[in-house]
Design a protein around this ligand. Structure first.
Ligand code: ARG
Length: 613
């Protein structure tokens, strides 16, 4: 109900300005702040305005008297009285506001059948072509396995991209894969000796082999100076565009790319690959730019930018190294080239308005440094935002780094397989208990949906900044803040539709949307459980706006969990299908809006729903 909230906020501001013109004039253009917020308890109504308290001192009046003066003005405003019941003044001078029931019902009616469910599109883009939001996520490294950290980045990044897209932003989903640098020198040198076919034939090795070769190459690099020298020459060749090296490099990338894509396909992740190599042609210009901006300092042969406000041991300022003493560039140089390119106006760049990086919290100081240098170099245009979205580690149930029983790192494919297998076992057990017969296609589909949903939801429902304990048992539980619990709420509503939606069936394949076809029937609610559900449903737009600002998917999860709980309470305590006709159609409408909201919310988390499970 963002719009209603904004209307009331404006009405309060007007009332305050009218009641206290001198105080309002003294605030320049800002006006007096009503400090409007959601009510802290349901018994206080819907909203509360605490602005009277802050005025007590400057006006030298009792806050209650100030609140009374504001309320008197509000009550004289017909636009306000059309929205709210008579305000109540509580405690020292809080103004409690309750929306008129008929307004709440009208807001519900507006959302029925609205594919946006009342969520407005974000404010218009800057003049000219719409400025994209870039979400840099997933970003695994070639010739290495994608690990659980990349899985977190993938799931969180995808969700944030979906929310931003839903708000109407053009979103560029970028996979900044690690496909450049010293590791290729080592790998190519090693493969030339042990498996030359991998360098000129596609599919000669698979990713598993490649990972093993990479490990051996790294070990030789660390132990053998001769190998090290050859590997370095190999990097120079590659970076210089030697066709043989480039071909080998391309084959290695392709091999990894296919393994990554298998994971993305399974999780329905859309991503455009734009790896580190893309920025290779811009690296020298980045260093030149920093030099002309007077930011570059050569320290022990390396090109550095000294960071402001960051110091290391003995209070010495810390540098960001942008060019190594051998002339080579590093991860930071590439990120500087990337940020410069992303904000630069087209055609020389992406012309982004906001750039978001989703990586583990361990890279926080790297990004803080890159952002600071980019800012000082003047690469971030006024009004544009750049944000690091950090997340914690994935831990096993023992609180230690997630490992297999044998102590190896967990492969993502195995992890997803296990989630689906366990979901399938749970489902078969439940079917047997309930004496239900289902065909194998249904079981496979339901188990796959639930298993993958559980993995995604368990990750998204945690505040991402903390470490997260991976537990199949917990994420697959039917009770609690889990994917199965939410999916089950949707299934429950689909069941209501099947039992009672017939009369209203609109002939769509989607059973739930058949629930409410009697549009002209005015909605009316009487029970507290109905009002609780109405109010919960109407919070959706505010939650989405919050996720868009704060980039915290767990806010959306918490909301969907609460919505499911409020719905279940409603459905357990109030008759729906057996209610008298008027109440029945209003309650069915609530069921429908609830299903639509849960489905949309889950979709924004990257989770498809089921009509039966
Ligand atoms: N490849 C990096 C890693 O695996 C993540 C890259 C994140 N994005 C970036 N622009 N640095 O840790």
């Amino acid at each position: 109900m963002l719009q209603v909230f904004q209307q009331i906020d404006a009405q309060l501001r007007q009332a305050m300005a009218a009641a206290f013109p001198e105080a309002a004039a003294a605030t320049a253009d800002q006006g007096l702040d009503p400090q409007l917020a959601a009510a802290s308890k349901p018994e206080f109504g819907d909203l509360q305005a605490n602005g009277a308290l802050a005025l007590a001192k400057p006006l030298g009046q009792k806050p209650r008297a100030i609140a009374e003066a504001i309320v008197a003005r509000l009550q004289a405003d017909p636009a306000f009285t059309a929205l709210c019941l008579e305000p109540q003044i509580a405690g020292p001078g809080f103004i409690n506001l309750t929306l008129r029931p008929e307004r709440l019902a009208a807001e519900v009616a507006l959302r029925l059948g609205d594919p946006r469910l009342g969520v407005p599109l974000a404010d218009g883009p800057r003049a000219g072509a719409p400025a994209p939001v870039i979400v840099d996520f997933s970003s695994p490294n070639i010739a290495k396995e994608m690990h659980v950290g990349h899985l977190r980045s993938t799931i969180i990044g995808d969700c944030l991209a979906r929310v931003l897209e839903f708000r109407g932003h053009p979103v560029l989903r970028l996979n900044h894969v690690g496909d450049w640098g010293t590791q290729f020198g080592m790998l190519i040198t090693h493969l030339k000796q042990v498996a030359p076919e991998a360098l000129n034939t596609a599919d000669a090795v698979d990713l598993g082999d490649l990972v093993a070769f990479y490990r051996q190459a790294k070990q030789r690099f660390d132990e053998d100076p001769a190998f090290q020298a050859t590997a370095r020459e190999e990097v120079v060749k590659l970076q210089g565009g030697d066709p043989v090296s480039l071909k080998a490099w391309g084959l290695l990338c392709e091999q990894s790319r296919r393994a990554f894509q298998a994971i993305y396909d399974r999780l329905a992740i859309q991503l455009s690959e734009r790896g580190e190599s893309f920025y290779n042609p811009f690296l020298a210009a980045v260093v030149d730019d920093l030099r002309s901006a007077g930011l570059l300092v050569v320290d022990e042969g390396a090109g550095c930018v000294f960071l402001e406000g960051v110091s290391g041991k003995e209070g010495k300022p810390l540098p960001l190294i942008v060019q190594k003493s051998d002339g080579g560039f590093n991860y930071a140089t590439t990120d500087l080239a990337a940020i410069r390119y992303r904000f630069a106006p087209p055609p020389a760049g992406d012309g982004a308005a906001r750039v978001i990086y989703v990586t583990d919290a361990g890279q926080a100081s790297h990004f803080a440094a890159v952002f600071q240098v980019a800012e000082r170099a003047g690469w971030i245009p006024q009004g544009c935002r750049v944000e690091h979205v950090p997340f914690g580690l994935v831990q096993g149930e023992d609180g230690k780094k997630l490992k297999t029983r044998a102590g190896d790192t967990v492969r993502l494919k195995d992890l997803l397989d296990e989630a689906v297998e366990r979901a399938e076992a749970d489902l078969r057990r439940r079917l047997a208990d309930e004496g239900r017969q289902e065909d194998e296609a249904f079981i496979r589909h339901a188990a796959t949906t639930v298993g993958l949903a559980a993995v995604k939801y368990a990750d998204l429902s945690q505040n991402r900044t903390t470490n997260y304990q991976f537990s199949f048992d917990r994420m697959l539980a039917l009770q609690g803040n889990t994917a199965p619990y939410l999916l089950y709420a949707v299934v429950r509503i689909a069941g209501i539709a099947r039992k009672g939606g017939d009369a209203a069936n609109t002939g769509t394949s989607d059973e739930i949307s058949g629930l409410f076809a009697t549009k002209d029937n005015p909605l009316s609610f009487s029970e507290p459980q109905e009002w609780a559900l109405v109010r919960e449903l109407l919070r959706f737009d505010a939650v989405i706006a919050e996720v868009e600002q704060e980039l915290l998917p767990n806010r959306l999860c918490t909301y969907l969990f609460e919505l499911s709980q409020v719905f279940n309470r409603f459905y357990d305590q109030v008759p729906v299908l057996k209610a008298p006709p008027q109440a029945r159609s209003s309650r069915l409408a609530l069921c429908r809006l609830c299903a639509d909201t849960l489905k949309k919310g889950l979709e924004l988390l990257g989770i498809p729903t089921l009509e039966r499970m």
